[in-house]
Write a protein that binds this ligand. Structure first.
Ligand code: GDP
Ligand code: IMO
Ligand code: MG
Length: 428
């Protein structure tokens, strides 16, 4: 038995969905532990593309238990839409899906608050996905959140909603200058969702711990990535949860002693959506080439992703913070057309060399990357499934990453599709 955390090692969109889907074949359960429908996890099976936002990527394999943990923030309308969309495409969603009673709900006013805040920030806007994620987590921490369990107790739901609207409506009208919300409208809307979701609501902490004690194989699916972590990322240009491996324990109610492995998903280059420092960003036409070859457009918002070179400073930070036991290196094939590949080994700041990722955002903003150059391979690696068949220069690139991080590459992804992958070491 094994319980394996799949964590994003950069700024999200590393290809977590593809890796979770691949590993799901041998898993009994797949559980999401944080984030919300800001996530967009793409899985391509044959020529069919699925984008998952809230539901674990394991849902695409029949018979896997899928859990949405307490650490997730849930927009019930988005969840219902996702369930219906999958069902329409023939994917079974029913007794295999469980939603934590302790997960917090995203409410319509969370989106309105986020919009107002971003507008007031002006050029310092965070570039969020606009899904209400930040304000929902803020309510959770402020102990004013409304939870999934409250959907099953209409009176409690109404009281909590009433208390919240008392000050939120004041804020909306007087600070953000937008219309207030009506309690009856939200109450009726959410009671409608309660009816549709009640069959899925359960004690996910009990379910997952029982499976672990029965020696089942469990996957924990992270959303976003380490550099978007609220504690360990590029604050304030982060999301409002803990995508790092530690988040799996709090976000599901699983003790750290139950975790067997932590697999870091690393894209062979780097991307970032939204605002914030990005030392290895490529701002010339090469960046555009990577974006086009890699299809680097947000799976949730469609926004173009900023592209850059692999950054060992952030990856060393990521390996340490997450306690990585292995790496899944994705999108190697996108580098096929690049003659000279750069790897950032350290930063220069005011003439000094920084080996470690600085905590101060203003310092990070001024860091210049120090690069080591390696030869590209100028030949297609698309769909290669055997390590021996990779070009020599691609093998050298992989070995260099392993050496620099002190963590073994255990999976190499060479295409979008489920089967376009090299597995060097199994996780279960
Ligand atoms: P996630 O949020 O980490 O699950 O990643 P996204 O799905 O947002 O973005 C990753 C994109 O890269 C998706 O379009 C995937 O289908 C695609 N992808 C994943 N692995 C590979 C790969 O090895 N090669 C190529 N060409 N595309 C890949
Ligand atoms: P997956 O799971 C990439 C980014 C947003 C913004 C910041 C805060 O697909 O890897 P938020 O809406 O979370 O408050 O926005 O975080 N962001 C992501 N970037 N992939 C994601 O998810 C992301 N989810 C949020 O662009 O910069
Ligand atoms: Mg994504």
């Amino acid at each position: 038995m094994s319980s394996v955390i799949i964590v994003g090692s950069q700024w999200g969109d590393e290809g977590k969905g593809k890796i979770v889907d691949f590993l799901s074949e041998k898993a009994d359960a797949v559980a999401r532990y944080q984030g919300g429908h800001n996530a967009g996890h793409t899985v391509v099976i044959n020529d069919e593309k699925f984008i998952l936002h809230l539901i674990p990527s394991g849902i695409l394999y029949k018979g896997k238990i899928c859990l949405i943990g307490n650490g997730v923030v849930v927009d019930p309308a988005a969840l219902i839409e996702e369930i219906n969309g999958l069902r329409k495409r023939g994917v079974e969603v029913g007794k295999n899906l469980f939603l934590s009673k302790n997960a917090h709900l995203i409410m319509p006013y969370h989106m309105a608050i986020e919009k107002g805040k971003e507008r007031l920030r002006g050029i310092k806007m965070l570039g969020t996905t606009g899904r209400g994620i930040g304000p929902a987590y803020a309510d959770k921490t402020a102990r004013t959140g409304i939870r999934v369990a409250d959907l099953l107790q209409p009176q409690v739901f109404r009281e909590n909603l009433k208390a919240n609207l008392f000050d939120i409506n004041f804020l909306l009208e007087n600070l953000y200058k937008v219309s207030p919300f009506n309690i009856e409208d939200i109450y009726n809307e959410y009671m409608g969702y309660a009816e549709k979701l009640s069959g899925y609501i359960g004690d996910t902490d009990i379910i997952i711990n029982k499976m672990i004690s029965e020696n089942k194989n469990v996957l924990f699916e992270g959303a976003q990535g380490t550099l978007l972590d609220i504690d360990h990322g590029t604050y304030p240009y982060v999301t409002s949860s803990n995508p790092i491996a530690g988040g799996a324990c709090t976000g599901l109610g699983v003790g750290p002693t139950k975790i067997s492995k932590v697999l870091g998903v690393v894209k062979a280059y780097t991307t970032r959506v939204g605002s914030g420092p990005f030392p290895t960003e490529i701002t010339d036409s090469l960046g555009d080439k990577l974006r086009e070859r890699g299809g680097e457009y947000g799976a949730t918002t469609g926004r173009p992703r900023r592209c850059g070179w692999l950054d060992m400073v952030i990856l060393r930070h990521s390996a340490r913070i997450n306690g990585l036991t292995g790496i899944a290196l994705t999108k190697l094939d996108i580098l096929d057309a690049i003659d000279v590949i750069k790897i950032c080994t350290s930063y220069k700041y005011k003439g000094k060399t920084l080996e470690e990722f600085p905590k101060e955002i203003n310092i990070l903003e001024e860091c210049e990357p120090v690069y080591e150059e390696v030869n590209g391979w100028s030949t297609s690696t698309i769909g290669i499934k055997d390590f021996k068949r990779l070009p020599k220069a691609a093998k050298a690139y992989i070995k260099k990453i392993e050496k620099m991080l002190g963590v073994k590459v255990q999976i190499i992804s060479t295409g979008q599709r489920r089967d376009e992958l090299i597995q060097l070491k199994g996780q279960f």
